[in-house]
Design a protein around this ligand. Structure first.
Ligand code: PSU
Ligand code: MN
Length: 303
């Protein structure tokens, strides 16, 4: 396993000295946002982690290695380069064995973070059960990975392009605790509201750290979804975004977009049709998630 890992010295040092570390993904950089805002965001997210006293470890695949911690040049590469694979679990062996550059999704980032010994991970919104999944069977590998790998995920709920209610059902089936930070309602990525009650609620990073400790101590393997609502000043109201989501879904169907292309297509379409408003919201929520993840990582070190 370790022969496949290429851990940056700063991250190795933090892990060896029991300092808080936060894993970050790279699909959001290569496939979730346009250049150069994606690279600016990746740097701002790392900065948000540092500000809370933790070390950021952005994860990607390059030259046959799982890279844990990227340099500014590597972040620029993953933001700019067009031929970067979107790597979920099923793509990992192919991309590694072919020495291809790969941006990791929530699922593969979690797996690599676990290999490196990192417990907390921040993203924008995890994947889930897509609308119409009863026909397409499009259910993100993020969910099955969360059922088994011991890395907690801080996310602004799940992306509102999904069927949020079915995603919550799926997580219940898989035994994944879903905690919303600071409010009763489960958030919906660009918006603080979803119309659905969160299964659980906690109000402090310490309480979340305590729950994680107990969960893994009890041998309850797998992740916890920590849903962190987007700050009120940055949100796009759910009813405003919903119009664009429906339009984006119709366009995806017309253009026969399927499989791993669906999520990047929808995000891009919505950003284009909201004149970038959804992109700015996406950026704000990722930074907000990185901050909470760092606070939880720090709280776990004080236990
Ligand atoms: N959060 C964002 N933007 C993104 C993603 C998350 O704000 O692009 C990515 C994550 O990498 C997640 C992926 O794993 O979207 C989900 O893809 P899919 O639906 O194909 O599983
Ligand atoms: Mn999918």
């Amino acid at each position: 396993m370790n022969a496949l890992l290429n851990i940056q010295p700063e991250v190795t040092n933090a892990l060896q000295n029991n300092l808080p570390v936060v894993a970050l993904e790279s699909t959001i950089i290569s496939h979730g946002m346009p250049y150069p805002r994606n690279v600016e965001t990746a740097l701002a997210v790392e900065e948000a982690v540092r500000k809370e006293g933790a070390v950021p470890a952005t994860i990607a695949i390059k030259d046959g290695k799982c890279c844990v911690g990227l340099s500014a040049e590597q972040l620029e590469f993953f933001g700019k380069e067009k031929n970067v694979w979107k790597v979920s679990l099923r793509d990992m062996p192919f991309v590694l064995s072919k020495n291809l550059p790969g941006a990791t999704t929530v699922a593969s980032t979690m797996r690599i973070a676990a290999m490196a010994g990192i417990k907390i991970f921040a993203t924008g919104g995890t994947g889930g059960v897509h609308r119409g999944a009863e026909n397409s069977m499009d259910i993100s590998a993020d969910l099955t990975e969360m059922a088994q790998t011991d890395v907690a995920v801080v996310s602004a709920g799940v992306k509102s392009i999904l069927d949020i209610a079915l995603t919550l059902e799926y997580m219940e089936t898989k035994g994944i605790p879903v905690i919303t930070f600071g409010q009763d309602e489960f958030p919906s990525f660009y918006s603080r509201n979803s119309g659905l009650l969160s299964p659980l609620r906690l109000d402090t990073a310490k309480e979340i750290a305590d729950l994680l400790k107990i969960k893994w101590l009890a041998g309850l393997n797998g992740s916890v979804l920590i849903a962190n609502p987007i700050p009120a000043t940055d949100e796009v109201p759910a009813e405003v975004i919903e119009v664009h989501i429906r339009e984006a879904l119709a366009a995806a169907e017309k253009q026969k977009i399927s499989g791993k292309e669906v999520t990047p297509f929808l995000l891009k379409y919505i950003a284009g049709h909201t004149h970038g408003e959804s992109l700015e919201a996406n950026i704000a929520l990722v930074i907000n998630n990185a901050k909470l993840a760092a606070q939880i990582a720090a709280a776990m070190k004080q236990q």
